[in-house]
Design a protein around this ligand. Sequence first.
Ligand SMILES: *Cc1c(COP(=O)(O)O)cnc(C)c1O
Length: 376
Amino acid sequence: MAIQVLKPKFHVDECMAEVRECLEMGWTGMGFKTVQFEETWKKYTGHENAYFINSNTVGLHLAVKILKEKYGWEDGDEIISTPITFVSTNHAVLYENLHVTFADVDEYLCLDPDDVEKKINERTRAVIFVGYGGRVGQLERIIEVCKKHGLRLILDAAHMSGTRVNGVCPGTWDGIDVTVYSFQAVKNLPTGDSGMICFRDAEDDKVCRQLAWLGINKDTYARSNTGTYAWKYDVDNVGYKYNGNAIMAGIGLVQLKYLDEDNARRRQIVNMYNEAFKDNGRIQIIGAPYPDECSYHIYEIAVPDREALMDELHKHDINCGVHYRDNIEYKMYRYAEGTCPRARNLSEHIITLPLHMWLTDEDVAEIARLTNEFVK
Ligand SMILES: *Cc1c(COP(=O)(O)O)cnc(C)c1O
C-alpha cells in the first residue's frame, strides 16, 4: 500500500460510541455534543469563547464579515495576507468585497512582519496570519505591528491545534481579535469537516452564533430546552448556515483526547527527518520557533528539483504534496504578481513529505534515505 502524505488516524471504537450516543439520543444536529465540544475546547486552549462551525473556511468568512461590520470597513478596504496558504484564507476576504494585499513570507513560511509593515496604507484594516504547519512564526512581532497601526488581527489556526508557546496557546494572546481552527478530514485534529471560531470579545461571539444560524435570534436547542417549542423566533439579518453538528463534535471530542500525544509523535517524526537532512547541503529544512511545542501539521523541505523528487518517491509508492502553491498564481490574485518574490521562489521548491500517525520509524527512515539519495 502506498504511503499517503496526510492520513488521519481515528480512535474508531470511541468515535463510534460517541456517534451511537447521538443516534440513540436522536440528536445529530447543533447542540448536545457541539456544546460539550465547545466547553472542552475552551478548557483545553484557554480561549474564553468558542463556537463550533462546519469548517474553518466559513469561520474565516464570519471573522472578516463581523469585523467589517463592527469597525465600519468599506468595500475595497484592504486586508494583508499570505500567498502561501490554502485559498480559503484569501477567499474569505473576497467574500466580503475587500481587497487582499499580499505580504511576503519569512524563513518559517509565515508572514514576514517587516514586509507586512511596508504594505500598510491608509486603506489597510487588518492582517490575517496563518500559523503555517502549526508554526507560530513571528506572530509576536505581527501583533506589535497591528497594535502600532491600529489594525485588527485574524489568526488562521487551521494547522495550530495543540501548538503552544511556553505552555500557552498563541491564539489566546492579547492583540488577536479572532482565531479560527480547522478539524477538516486530514488536519491534525481530524473529524470529517468542522472547525472552531474563538473571538476575544464575547459580544462578537454572540453576533457570530446568530449569523452562523441564518440570523435567527434563538437556536433550536435553546428553544427546545425551554419546554415549549418557541416557534415564533425572530430573524434579525440574512445569516448563513455555518453551524457544526453533534456527529462531528462527538468525533472531535474523542480525537482531542489524543491530540497532545499525536502532536508529540509528529515532533518525533520531524526530528527524525531533520536529523537525516541536516548535513545535506541541497535540502533546506523549514524550521520552527518553539519546535518542542509546535503541532507540526505538515513537514516540508525545499529542494532544487521538487517535481523530480516527487516522481522518484512516487516510484517507491510514497506520495508527497505541495503546501502551498503561491496563491498569486491563481487568476483572482494575479494582480499581485511580483509583490512576494520569496513566496514565489519557495512555492516552486517546497515539497511536503508524509507526516501522520500511520508512519512507522522504518517508513520515516526509508523516506529520508530515498530523499537523501536522490537529492545530492
Ligand atoms: C485546511 C485549511 C483551511 C480551511 O479549513 P476547512 O476546515 O477545510 O475549511 C484554511 N486555512 C488553511 C491554512 C488550511 O490549511
